[in-house]
Design a protein around this ligand. Structure first.
Ligand code: PGA
Length: 251
């Protein structure tokens, strides 16, 4: 299928960024508002402490902001957690759920990820649902099976007007400098597209599938040109506006 979907370049700052880093967000907001703006949607997901200020800095620009995680509940006795409603209230439009670091650091299962995605949708956010195999699963030729299984368990039922984004992030490629080969990415993204179309019909054809894992300015153009790659989820290279915007330009 040709890439007719408008790409989304999403930056995941993880547990990085202090107030001084807001200048990077200001630079991103300026660039996506300017006349040499990239031909794609651009999203930055800073740590929760910087979200409200990132929203304020991007208020007059098409730069979107998002959270990196949310709780399954709307409110309640969950010390230290942030709900989807709170993210939406702060001005976020997206939230990443099921990132492999959440799955491994916090034992988040597919069921938890699905409940988080549902909570995000109920709060009016677009969940970016992450899936991806580990290095060992890949060596055992289980990548496609593992990802299908994660999709089965992590994607909630959708109402007519609800949208999701899928991010394929092979765990072994995250923060390692290693990238899946174009052939591997093509195969996986085609498989995810088939899954989406079989479950969501027309909506499945229009759902964005992002690739993530060591996306950099140097490899972005090649990855983003692949069929069924509708953008990228970028960690390390999203912390500096210059690198992140170079990736957005490559889209
Ligand atoms: P990376 O992280 O770009 O630093 O590999 C990607 C991610 O974890 O979303």
């Amino acid at each position: 299928m040709p890439n007719t979907i408008r790409p989304l370049i999403a930056g995941n700052w993880k547990m990085n960024g202090l107030r001084a880093s807001l200048r990077e967000i200001r630079a991103m907001a300026e660039k996506v508002s300017g006349k040499d703006r990239p031909d794609c949607d651009v999203l930055v997901c800073p740590p929760a402490t910087l979200l409200a200020e990132a929203v304020a800095l991007s208020a007059d620009s098409p730069l979107a902001t998002g959270g990196q995680n949310c709780h399954v509940a709307r409110t309640g006795a969950h010390t230290g957690d942030v709900s989807a409603e709170m993210l939406a209230d702060a001005g976020a439009r997206f939230v990443i759920v099921g990132h492999s670091e959440r799955r491994s650091d916090h034992g988040e299962t597919d069921g938890v990820v699905q409940a988080k995605a549902r909570a995000a949708l109920d709060a009016g956010l677009v969940p970016i649902i992450c899936v991806g195999e580990t290095g060992a699963q890949r060596l055992d030729a289980l990548a496609i099976t593992v990802v299908e299984h994660q999709l089965d368990g992590s994607v909630p039922q959708l109402q007519e007007n609800e949208q999701i984004v899928i991010a394929y992030e092979p765990v072994w490629a995250i923060g390692t400098g290693e990238v899946a080969t174009p052939a591997d990415i093509l195969r996986m993204h085609a498989s995810i597209r088939d899954w989406l179309v079989s479950r969501l019909a027309l909506k499945g054809q229009e759902t964005r599938i992002l690739y993530g894992g060591s996306v950099k300015p140097e490899n972005a153009a090649e990855i983003l040109a692949l069929a069924n790659v509708n953008g990228g989820l970028v960690g390390g290279a999203s912390l500096k506006a210059r690198d992140f915007l170079a990736i957005a330009d490559a889209a």
